[in-house]
Ligand binder design. Sequence first.
Ligand code: PMP
Length: 388
Amino acid sequence: MIRPRLMIPGPIEFTDEVMAAMGQPTKSHVDPDFVAVFGQALRDLRKVFLAGDDYQPFILAGSGTLAMDSAIANLVEEGDGVLVVDTGYFSERMADICRRYGGRVDLLSAAPGDTITPEQVAERLNSRNYELVTVTHVDTSTGVLVDVEGVAKVAKEAGTLVVVDGVCATAGEEMRQAEWGVDVYLTASQKAIGTPPGLALLVVSPEALAKWRGRRTAVGSYYGDWGPWLPIMEAYEGLRAAYFATPAVNLVEALAVSLKQILDEGMEQVFARHRRISDAVKAGISALGLEQVPTDMRHAAHTLTCPRYPPGVDASFLKEVRKAGAILAGGLHPKIKTEYFRIGHMGAVNANDALAAVAAVEAGLRAVGYAVEPGVGLAAAQAVLTAA
Ligand code: PMP
């Protein structure tokens, strides 16, 4: 049987070159060849995030949750005001982390499928004093995209730092860290950045580093504290070996390959490809008569699609989709978990992947008795993909 394609919102399919890098004999973490690869990965991370030379990248062994934990552990102190822009499950996780480090958290919550606008954020920032605003660029539980550029702008005007969870967005959704003024942009390796699970990645602005340097109290996390990590990152970037805790050597090798592939394609091309693939999948889904969780396609993510089950269909249909060649994910947001499913299309995806996903959904729907004419979704997707 042909291996079904993994099209959940992370982890995703990785390129052969990335997997080959993972499979190399593991080097010493102080081997000069590895030091050079780590240094390059740090430099390339800055480029993929479109960050300035004075922004500090961190590559840590851990998952996306560690990246969130590290950002907040370093930037939030007891009593700090934090405004959490809440568009779903992962925004609420961010709120929990902020509370754990003593933040005085206010949620600005959207109903599932809705977004929060920069105007709404500005209104809240003007109503009381906040040290930090957090945003989930794409909430993987709703497929909702937030206007990070707009939110960062109003946060700057209010003198508030901005932390963005880009776990389901980085290297898929448009993001220009320096130009937009995002203070911490964080992500994990297993999504559009194209490396197997296991790396937490953060890029930190000079303003956020200054806030961290000015802390009144010690950072409450030992492993996530930027203090011991900063000299390590500086050393590797300067092609010197250094040790605090053992880096995930093979994952860093794989990350370096993936970042190079992304940069070789070019960030503008990467953003445009994700938009086109997403438009094609969404057109296919609509042509099949399925609604989507985002209430307006203008705030729908380009890294995943969240179709609602049509009447009479439930999560058991995903088994049929798998038989037809695509592994998709069920719902995640607790309020609507049983009402929708999720198709990930990020990282090294191409037009054929979009068509394969729509074809598998069509076949799955027919297998569970939902009447669709074969090829209707595919025709709509193909029309987008072949449009001039
Ligand atoms: N934030 C978002 C937006 C995510 O999608 C995820 C993972 N699905 C996380 C945070 C947490 O990342 P991890 O599972 O790698 O800890």
